[in-house]
Ligand binder design. Structure first.
Ligand code: RIB
Ligand code: CA
Length: 321
């Protein structure tokens, strides 16, 4: 069982909740957050995304258990606000973790809290207010539902960091859209239009933070139960990238970078911009400047356009296993 690394004094730590769709890089993000001494991970909420929500719940619980942590996991949205969701397992496997865990069994869900993830998010935002950083590494469905249920959280929460979108670079599901925002463009557009304080960590920067075959071999060599499991499912992700994104020569650490920005915004350089997410046609999910937003709103959307990739990768390797 991995030990939880020494944490900083509580008052200096970033109080964080991770909302994810436990796919492979979400799982690495959980490990990175739990091991980061600067982060107090208060809880994990999941939604559908890289696998159905029962799978993303089971996957998150498995990672937390392997990390020797007692952090709670709350189950949320089962589908996008408007669109339908299909699963192909291309990048993350049909089970969301490189087909390492297979089908969800009834016993995997017995300890699932009755409190819905959306209600958990609302509760914690009221409890921690500006102290709370919410990192979202899946579709923005849970957050959109939480805002719809209680719009006060827009002005209560400290900040949101969302892995998603692509401003200056092509998407990864098509030329226009990145997966998290393509899966639920209505949720993403709704969240950005609420003017909640949010930093977008999109493909513009996450394509610059790549894990290589050698890194995964090092995890295998380390030989712990955790490092070997990380190596096993990340190999699936690496193989998928070799087939679908061969030009990258590695697999993108999309979600871990969002965690890094949550604990230290200086990992990226951002530009302030009123953002909208297109919801119709071939470009649904595309992130583009919202020309119709009144300038009078305080501008609370920051989009990451540059990353200190070397410093991030060093911090990630130091903390992941
Ligand atoms: O486009 C990459 C994003 O979609 C990552 O968060 C990945 O885990 C998937 O959710
Ligand atoms: Ca994800």
């Amino acid at each position: 069982m991995a030990s939880i690394k020494n944490k900083q004094d509580g008052d200096k730590m970033v109080k964080m909740i991770l909302d994810c769709d436990t796919g492979i890089d979400d799982a690495l993000a959980i490990g990175y957050a739990v091991h980061s001494p600067e982060i107090e991970l208060l809880g994990i909420t999941v939604c559908y995304g890289m696998a159905p929500v029962d799978y993303t719940y089971r996957n998150a619980k498995k990672i937390v258990q392997l990390l020797g942590s007692d952090i709670g996991v709350w189950k949320g949205a089962e589908k996008p606000l408007v669109l339908e969701k299909e699963y192909n397992g291309l990048i993350h496997g049909m089970d969301g973790l490189g087909n390492t865990l297979g089908n969800v069994q009834p016993e995997d869900l017995v300890d699932c809290p009755s409190l819905h993830a959306v209600d958990y998010l609302i509760e914690k935002i009221y409890e921690y207010k500006k102290e709370l950083t919410l990192v979202v590494t899946g579709p923005l469905t849970n957050l959109a539902l939480a805002i719809k249920k209680d719009p006060n959280i827009i002005n209560l929460v400290g900040k949101v960091v969302s892995m998603g979108g692509a401003l200056t670079t092509p998407g990864n599901v098509n030329r226009y859209a990145e997966a998290n925002y393509a899966i639920d463009p209505h949720a993403a557009n709704y969240v950005y239009k609420t003017n909640i304080p949010i930093t977008m960590v999109g493909l513009d920067v996450t394509r610059k933070t790549l894990l290589t075959t050698e890194d995964v071999a090092n995890w295998k060599q380390k030989g712990t139960e955790l490092s070997c499991f990380f190596a096993e499912f990340t190999q699936y992700y690496l193989d998928a990238y070799k087939k679908i994104h061969p030009y990258l020569k590695g697999c993108a650490l999309h979600d871990p970078l969002a965690i890094a920005v949550g604990k230290d915004p200086s990992f990226v350089q951002t530009i302030p911009i009123h953002l909208e997410v297109e919801v119709e046609g071939v470009s649904a999910g595309r992130t583009i400047e919202d020309l119709y937003r009144e300038e009078s709103n305080p501008l609370q959307t920051e989009v990451s356009i540059k990353v200190d990739a070397e410093r991030f990768m060093e911090d990630f390797y130091k903390n992941i296993v």
